[in-house]
Design a binder for this molecule. Sequence first.
Ligand code: ADP
Ligand code: ASP
Ligand code: MG
Length: 462
Amino acid sequence: MKFGGTSVADAQCIQRVVDILEKHHKAGDELAVVVSAKRGVTDQLIGIATALPTAKDDTAIAPLIQALSRRHITTLEGAAPDYVGEVGAEMEEQLIRLQNILFAIYHLRELTPRSKDYVISFGERLLAPILSAAIRQRGIASTVMDGCEAGILTTPQHGESTSLPESDERIKRRVGPLLGKEIPVIMGFMGCTRDGVLTTLGRSGSDYSASIIGAGIDADEIWIWTDVDGIMTCDPRVINDARVMPSLSYLEVMELSYFGAKVMHPRSIEPAMRKNILVRVKNTFNPSHPGTVIVRNGKRDNRVVKALTYIDKVAAININGAQMIGRPGVAKAIFTILADHEVNVMMISQGSSEANISLIVDESHLSAAVKALSELMKQGVVREVSHNHDVCAVAVVGAGMAGAPGTGGRIFTALGHAEVNVMMISQGSSEANISFVVSQSDGPRAVRVLHDEFRLSEESDE
Ligand code: ADP
Ligand code: ASP
Ligand code: MG
């Protein structure tokens, strides 16, 4: 079971989490827990770490440490009063370690990917011992492990690392023997390289941690506890009548999270899928709701389109150059140089004239992409590169779209009637998604139009 940031926001929330754990424990379920940082803490840590190398002075450090200390001690006092001395002392040690590294970043005037990962792991480091103590407070044994101790070995890509195949065996050896005897609490979001250097798994990475741990111990089920009743037809902050979907396939969830549905980390399905483990998404604040069940073949229903996503933090890059016609090496050169600069290309579309390739990249990768492509311009491989910030990507997802003719027609007809101008279209090879790009100002309307067109707010008549 994984609990996200809002599920552990304060002592009352932690009590709610322990109620859930206690109930399952008493029913005889063997549990391992993965937990995130408190909501907002990771953002605070990223904020200070990135500001310090150019900060005028170091006066931001002490107030941050004090605020973190206060926030966590208050939660500890409320959730595990008998453990305030022991766990509070550990917490103070952690905070001293964090303070020291922040001063070092300020004085060195440098934040390396490695030190950034170390700093941003402190949200989980501070919270997990509190949850573990709250479990002990109820008379159930519990120990805390960081991601590395639990056996998660990763690639060395700081900030976006991926679990290695050896993790399975290590997790089984380290976490497996504890199951049934106690409830181990594992810090989400982190692992380490073969050399023992701490890495993080990308934002929202605790979902991924849960799936890695679940696969390692061959869990029967992986439960992601969050602050909504399940995976919905669209981000409820964009569409107010979005509906919870009872069942989805692994593929559908992968498409949704890849295209920005924030409810799950994009890589979190892969370990579960590899071991064919059922994943459930449930609401900590409404535990009796059945939530969303994710399995290999989601329940068949008569719906072709199931859900929509909307990402506004993307940019479009247009590459022009007549040299591309009939020159197969050009696409290779473009994608190789982008990969070398660690640019993640989200969507690709090539004009039939072959003289033009358009790409959609994460906004944070835009400057690296433009720099990489300007090298190709210098080499004469492409003629012109332009980019546009003012765009957003919308994805229409549903496994039933494969082999259902006419879905594309319906999407673009509805958008046409609403006078939404579509700038680029791409269909995933899985055929479980059709994605397109519109101007940023058209994004929410495009999503609304399609949510209505496919009647996503209504229960399906299965
Ligand atoms: P946690 O802290 O539990 O990991 P997150 O904030 O990362 O929670 O993810 C849950 C949030 O994801 C929801 O509160 C909701 O606002 C947002 N969200 C975006 N898209 C969807 C979707 N399709 N279904 C459900 N929630 C979504
Ligand atoms: N605390 C991390 C983040 O905010 C990981 C997570 O919450 O899943 O990104
Ligand atoms: Mg999350």
